[in-house]
Design a protein around this ligand. Structure first.
Ligand SMILES: [Zn+2]
Length: 529
């Protein structure tokens, strides 16, 4: 299967080379070069290097299987970050290093974990620990008590029933809890009609964040109360944890100021439903739980990975084109589609450009960001430190950043790009995508899109963009126990690397920096939260 795909790509590559040659000689001026000249010869070389001698399978293996889960601050994150630096250096990218972006918090590394049904009969259950949640007192056997999510959030109710909860395992149960309807379990490809009107992903507002955080702080206080009352663990088994796929994340517990949390577990929906039915029919239901993680405060800083190909032009060399994606992941698998995928593409772009020995006029700088899942920590603090003055206005270095290209919408191939309401970028992107129509990338959306690291650049007034990608994996694998290598679409990642490398190269070589929107000073959505 893979071999035949590769063959098709090689054939289309040959066909495209012919088209480009034709375009250059016959239509070069009218079709491709209305706004700027595209270096089609270099685009072709990038294609060859990206499709014929890809290193993507190797990059994917090391960033997922070998590194393990990349929770910020964890050993897995550090393994991945250090490996990325070493690999860039081996390729000859000498300007490669990790850079602290600020204080993250605790280093949490899971050492042991198991959950099994003990009574009425023994059976292992599908369940995972929420990151940064507290350890059990060794291997504990305890009875299960049902509690609705409404009762859980009702402090008056809880206080009345606290004495009954001592030594018990709470299973948070919702009466209306049922499988999420129409839950996507198959790969998705964007159709032309969807692409035509594609909307960006939701951009969380400061107000929404404040609401989420205030609700979460109530839950933190409740968990504290439960822990003090001697509750063994709190288990949730929501309706989207179906078919063996379990979503596992946590909003808190990593900050130095956070107290040690109660043991929190995310369980498969079906296992949770079975436990609930058994309890309701009066069966004696007991689980055996063991959760042990090491928690360290030896190094509380967070780190981004930076790599650079210096610009060669005496003037333009001081200007920068950036690309990046977040390296951190959740911890129940190896974060392959969210977001090793983006990091694999970013590293492959650097490898391709370096292997072609390009001499970019502008400096090309890549970043693998830390702490994206907690609130774009790595990218925001990097941008704030390097490109902003203390008064919240762009500094001199900011004016030298031409643009930033982000990858974080999964493993699906690139279908186009969001112009982030930067009208002047629309014709530029259309022009750049012209040679990639045969690879299914042709859509330029005027819309803004959110929920990832280009927002940090957009906040600073730097043109920051995220690509439109096929939602092959978006709902299905992200933040789950199945976000592993096998869900990566290797051929899609090769396509993405070719397009991003070409975009970055073109941005580094064109006469002008990329056009900007007007800068509006505002508080960053996650600042200080
Ligand atoms: Zn992500």
């Amino acid at each position: 299967m893979k071999r035949s795909n590769e063959l098709i790509l090689v054939i289309s590559l040959i066909l495209l080379s012919a088209q480009i040659t034709l375009g250059q000689t016959t239509f070069g001026q009218t079709t491709f070069a209305q706004t700027e000249t595209i270096d089609t010869a270099m685009f072709r070389r990038i294609r060859e290097a990206g499709l014929a001698s890809s290193r993507i399978p190797m990059l994917a293996h090391y960033l997922t299987d070998v590194s393990g889960p990349r929770l910020p601050g964890s050993s897995g994150y550090r393994r991945a970050a250090n490996w990325a630096v070493q690999t860039l250096k081996q390729w000859g990218i000498s300007e490669a290093y990790t850079e602290a972006w600020g204080e993250f918090g605790k280093q949490w590394d899971l050492a042991e974990f198991s959950v099994a049904l003990k009574l009425p009969y023994y059976q292992p259950l599908i369940a995972y620990p929420e990151p940064w949640s507290g350890n059990t007192k060794g291997r504990q056997q305890a009875a299960v008590i049902l509690i609705t999510s409404k009762q859980l959030m009702d402090t008056v109710y809880l206080k009345e029933h606290l004495s009954l909860l001592k030594g018990k395992i709470l299973l948070v149960y919702n009466n209306s809890n049922k499988m999420a309807a129409g839950y996507a379990t198959t790969p998705g490809r964007l159709t032309d009609s969807v692409l035509e009107h594609i909307e960006g992903q939701h951009i969380v507002s400061r107000n929404e964040m404040e609401t989420i955080i205030s609700r979460d702080s109530i839950l933190v206080a409740i968990d504290k109360m439960l822990k003090k009352a001697g509750v063994v663990a709190r288990i949730s088994a929501p309706g989207n944890n179906v078919n063996g796929v379990v979503h596992v994340q946590s909003a808190n517990g990593y900050k130095l100021s956070d107290p040690e949390m109660i043991t929190k577990i995310s369980m498969s929906f079906e296992d949770g439903q079975r436990l609930a039915r058994l309890v309701r029919s009066g069966q004696r239901v007991e689980l055996i739980i063991n959760q042990k993680a090491s928690v360290s405060t030896r190094d509380t800083k967070g780190y981004n990975v930076i790599g650079e190909i210096p610009g060669t032009d005496p003037v333009l060399g001081k200007e920068i084109v950036m690309l990046g994606g977040h390296l951190d992941s959740w911890a129940s698998s190896t974060g392959a589609t969210d977001n090793a995928a983006g990091c694999i593409v970013v590293m492959e772009v650097m490898r391709i450009l370096d292997s072609l020995n390009v001499k970019p006029k502008r400096t090309i700088r890549m970043a693998l960001w830390d702490g994206e899942e907690q609130g774009l920590y790595g990218s925001y603090n990097y941008v704030k430190k390097h490109f902003m003055n203390a008064d919240g206005k762009p500094n001199e270095a900011n004016q030298k950043v031409s643009g930033y290209f982000n990858l974080d919408y999964g493993t699906g191939k690139i279908r186009g790009v969001y112009a982030q309401e930067n009208k002047e970028m629309i014709p530029v992107f259309k022009n750049w995508l012209e040679p990639f129509h045969d690879l299914d990338a042709k859509t330029v959306s005027a819309n803004s899109t959110g929920s990832t690291d280009h927002e940090s650049f957009d906040w600073a007034g730097i043109p920051g963009f995220q690509f439109i990608q096929d939602p092959v994996d978006e709902v299905w694998t992200h933040h789950t126990n199945i976000d592993d290598y096998d869900h990566l679409q290797i051929e899609d990642l090769k396509q993405a690397a070719v397009i991003v490398a070409s975009f970055v190269y073109q941005a580094a070589m064109r006469d002008e920096m990329l056009p900007r929107k007007e800068f509006v000073k505002k508080v960053f959505v996650f600042d200080g939260l």
